[in-house]
Design a protein around this ligand. Structure first.
Ligand code: UDP
Length: 326
């Protein structure tokens, strides 16, 4: 198939491009490189451009006859979205709408969308299932929720079928150490912890120790990037086989607290770095754990890396390579 991957130079998108390329698909990557890296594109043709540019999209869709689109390009920093909401609505919502309109206009009817557990806000029950209420508590989650709504309505009009995957906490790296989380100002817990271990940061802050959880810190469902990419490949097969639009959670169904993750990072790296307990961070729900029964049942998704130690080990190998230390 010929597939357009937006955000294919970013963390998750680049792993998708790798897998599509390895499986022999023809891949075009659209990325403005605002947070992505040219070197992360292992296969296909990279077009450096912005989804805000409708004329560019029309030209691209005219010259390349895509069979499907996988849309990863987005901003992802929750507390930044609280400080700068318009920036998030423009990039994550308006630009996604441009892409969806281009698909409709050019007859591309298969769309895979990177959604997020942040669409649930603070779920009143964990593990949280797809039918739960969508009540995002930050503009990041709200912007993704709005795209899901558009995709839902467009699906009903019969113009485009989609699979929206609601990611829980994606972490880890390519086992061959070619790709991983790369951004200089990463905010995600595992990456920040590893960079503290490596000495790039003085200390790790734990944001909030007074949550209503067993050890007072937030609980998250960490999923290895390769299990997540496998879910995308199954979603693509589903749509190619004529499957209907669907929304699926992607997580393992159990979580770890911030303290447990930090402890595991210390164990894997063998480095005892300084940790400071500070106030809660804006927009953080206490616990987010996926009920992933639907994707297992309907697409046959079977994760093979449900192991926090493996997730952290692959991320550690990548950090060491990226920063050339140890
Ligand atoms: N976290 C933390 N210190 C950090 C980064 C994250 O205590 O330096 C916490 C954060 O408050 C949340 C959990 O780790 O409870 C996971 O945050 P992350 O940013 O990795 O992912 P999110 O769940 O926000 O998508």
């Amino acid at each position: 198939m010929k597939i357009l991957v937006t955000g294919g130079a970013g963390y998750i998108g680049s792993h998708m491009v790798r897998t599509l390329g390895e499986k022999g698909h023809d891949v075009v990557i659209l990325d403005n490189l605002c947070t992505g890296f040219r070197e992360s594109v292992l296969y296909g043709r990279l077009v450096v451009a912005d989804l805000a540019d409708r004329a560019m999209l029309d030209e691209l869709f005219l010259s390349e006859k895509f069979d499907a689109v996988a849309h990863f390009a987005a901003y992802i920093v929750v507390d930044e979205s609280v400080r700068e909401p318009a920036k998030y609505y423009r990039n994550n919502f308006v630009n996604a709408l441009n892409l969806i309109e281009a698909c409709i206009g050019h007859g591309v009817d298969k769309f895979i969308f990177s959604s997020t557990a942040a669409v649930y806000g603070i779920p009143n029950r964990v593990p949280v299932a797809e039918e739960s209420l969508l009540l995002p508590i930050n503009p990041y989650g709200a912007s993704k929720c709005m795209v899901e709504q558009v995709l839902h309505d467009v699906s009903r009009s019969g113009r485009l079928r989609h699979v929206a995957l609601r990611y829980f906490n994606v972490a880890g790296a390519d086992p061959l150490v070619r790709l991983g989380q790369r951004s200089k100002d990463a905010t995600h817990l595992i990456t920040v912890s590893l960079r503290t271990a490596i000495g790039m940061r003085k200390e790790l802050s734990i944001f909030g120790t007074d949550y209503d959880t067993p050890d007072g810190t937030c609980i998250r469902d960490y999923i290895h990037i390769d299990d997540l990419i496998h879910a995308h490949m199954l979603a693509l097969e589903h749509l190619s086989g004529g499957g209907a639009s669907r929304v699926f959670n992607c997580g393992y169904g159990h979580g770890y607290s911030v303290r447990e993750v930090v402890q595991m990072v210390k164990q894997i790296t063998g480095i005892d770095f300084p940790v400071r307990e500070v106030d809660r961070r804006d927009g953080d729900p206490p616990a987010l754990v996926a009920d992933s029964l639907s994707i297992s049942k309907e697409l046959g998704w079977k994760p093979i890396h449900d192991d926090l130690a493996y997730i952290i080990k692959t991320a550690w190998e990548w950090e060491k390579k990226l920063h050339g230390k140890r």
